[in-house]
Design a binder for this molecule. Structure first.
Ligand SMILES: *Cc1c(COP(=O)(O)O)cnc(C)c1O
Length: 230
């Protein structure tokens, strides 16, 4: 069995075990294989093992891969920092964007989404731990931003995403995931936001904590592909 195949099995086991312990449905958790700085061969190998969701951070690199794999039925997720002069490439090449945190960017993505594609599926990135340098909307501004995004016809708001503080204890990290879930539940009470169904949270090191708190997407790089090679 290949390293990748072992990695994937182990990952699926971690998700399954955690979901069962938390009395939730393991099948409700979708793996996004984070393939930034990984070779095209590794992506193809992951595809051959059944992976259909891939996440990329760097546009130039991502578009190269998307173009070369254009005949594969892959769902591409943009999970990197959004520069406002690069929104068109996101709008044209991706199915999902997880890192939306400003109205101005939402407006651009909406205007630039080609009409022959289905609406861009978006998550609001929330700066859940209020870190000074971190991207993301504040908890306080998320509802207003969510309602504005719902008004755009070429975007479909699906939920929330976060990256908790790096130097936190497991308990603190789990609390951050819990707070993101509570925020989603709060938004879902609003008549216009009832259809939100996505929590994009959990990476290689903390996926159990995220799954225990109801993650629907986990974004996994190194636990699947091994170390990245910049
Ligand atoms: C790189 C990255 C990941 C994957 O991180 P790993 O620790 O390798 O699993 C997940 N989410 C985002 C936003 C990333 O930038």
């Amino acid at each position: 069995m290949s390293e990748l195949s072992k990695g994937l099995q182990h990952l699926q086991q971690r998700i399954r075990q955690t979901a069962l312990t938390a009395h939730s449905n393991p099948d409700a958790v979708q793996i996004i294989a984070v393939s930034k700085l990984q070779s095209l061969e590794k992506l193809q190998a992951a595809y051959d093992l059944g992976i259909r969701h891939f996440g990329e951070n760097y546009l130039q690199e991502a578009i190269g891969k998307i173009t070369r794999l254009k005949n594969y039925p892959i769902t591409w997720h943009f999970i990197g920092k959004i520069q406002s002069n690069k929104t068109r490439q996101i709008a044209e090449h991706f199915s999902w964007c997880h890192t939306l945190d400003q109205l101005k960017i939402a407006q651009r993505l909406n205007d630039q989404r080609p009409l022959y594609l289905t609406p861009l599926q978006v998550c609001i990135q929330v700066n859940i731990d209020n870190e000074p340098q971190k991207a993301g909307a504040t908890v306080e501004e998320t509802e207003t931003l969510a309602l504005s995004i719902q008004a755009f016809s070429n975007l479909q708001l699906r939920g929330l995403m976060c990256i908790p503080q790096a130097e936190a204890s497991p308990t603190e990290t789990q609390t951050s995931f819990y707070r993101l879930r509570k925020l989603l539940n709060q938004l879902q009470k609003h008549p216009q936001l009832q259809t939100l169904d996505t929590l994009s949270m959990g990476m290689s090191a903390d996926l159990e904590l995220a799954v225990a708190e109801g993650a629907t997407f986990v974004r996994i790089g190194t636990a699947l592909f091994g170390e990245r090679h910049p």
